[in-house]
Design a protein around this ligand. Structure first.
Ligand code: ZN
Length: 334
């Protein structure tokens, strides 16, 4: 217990300094110099409110048994990033953050706004991680070699996110159709889960490689998948989309389209749990989560937590599970 507490304190201290160091000099959207960045939410706050109880939501760590990380978070802190000014935060995402805009399929403006926000969240995360590992290795040089590959990967990721961010901003500005909507569903109830982000899938549902996540080369571009699970008043919006011209998800989308509607939702949940830590859940399903070994297993295989040394043996597990994933999950969340 004391060791956990000391480790937690140490992580918090480093994360706090890393976050400060990771701040840019100006708003990444309007480029106005600033030191006051908005507390921007990746998942819109009005969606988080739908699943919050007394202002709190469960984090994805509620699925694991991992006491160092917080199992619940206040909605002011859930999935936030700090890279743009308040004015941009209020205006740059207004089309997709309007619940009245979902009677029909989301338009290209909305998809571009979502992609821009997803990329800002990822950039914030990688910028912080780069600073974090740098400070950690300065204080503990014996780990430098161990984390050197992680740092190379982080820096390559950041370059890719920045260029995808620029492309999405240009598409929004020029009114260009830059995204392909692979899946869209409007459910007539409020899901107890919320998620918005970009992930890089390693395998499709038949075990074919989509992205080689461990091919660290500036020449190899990882292709990302945007996913939203947005609970709103009396409805929920679920969607997946990719950047136009990205071909590696073609087989996956075909396989996905052949599934029954409930299985499609199940697969989306599984992918989110497997590839991201930015999932938020309602306290109302705490008992369901705690009793579900299948969810736990998916969370434990989360690619975000895997380091190079352990990942290669575990990636085979990810592959096996991705193939046989259309069980159990849909009954939990939908
Ligand atoms: Zn701005």
């Amino acid at each position: 217990m004391n060791r956990d507490y000391a480790a937690k304190k140490e992580i918090n201290r480093l994360v706090k300094s890393a976050k400060l160091k990771a701040k840019p000099d100006d708003c990444l959207i309007c480029h106005t110099p600033t030191t006051r960045f908005c507390n921007s939410h990746s998942i819109p706050k009005f969606c988080l409110k739908q699943i919050a109880s007394e202002g709190y939501v469960l984090t994805s760590y509620a699925i694991y048994d991992y006491p160092i990380l917080k199992e619940a978070d206040g909605i002011e802190r859930a999935g936030t990033f700090h890279l743009i000014c308040t004015q941009c935060d209020n205006t740059a995402f207004s089309d997709y953050e309007d619940p009245n805009n979902y009677d029909e399929n989301p338009n290209q403006r909305m998809l571009a706004q979502i992609a821009i926000k997803n990329l800002l969240k990822l950039m914030d995360k990688r910028r912080t991680e780069i600073e974090y590992y740098q400070m950690f290795c300065e204080e503990h040089p014996e780990f430098s070699e161990h984390f050197s590959i992680k740092q190379i990967a982080n820096k390559l990721d950041l370059v890719e996110y920045e260029s995808a961010f620029q492309r999405a901003c240009r598409a929004l500005k020029n009114g260009k159709a830059a995204f392909h909507l692979a899946y869209y569903a409007k459910l007539d109830y409020v899901t107890p889960v919320a998620f918005q982000g970009q992930i890089a899938m390693a395998f499709d549902l038949e075990g074919n490689v989509i992205n080689d996540l461990f091919y660290y080369s500036p020449k190899y571009k990882i292709e990302m998948l945007n996913i939203c699970i947005l609970p709103m008043e009396n409805k929920s919006i679920i969607m997946m989309f990719i950047e136009e011209g990205h071909k590696r998800y073609r087989k996956f989308i075909k396989q996905f389209n052949k599934l029954e509607p409930l299985d499609q939702l199940s697969v989306i949940s599984y992918i989110v749990i497997l590839y991201s830590e930015d999932l938020y859940l309602s306290n109302s399903i705490k008992d369901v989560i705690e009793g579900n070994q299948y969810l736990k297993k998916a969370a434990e295989e989360n690619t975000d937590y895997m380091f190079e040394a352990t990942v290669k043996s575990r990636i085979e597990e990810v592959k096996k599970n991705t193939i046989s994933t259309t069980e159990n999950l849909s009954r939990t969340f939908y």
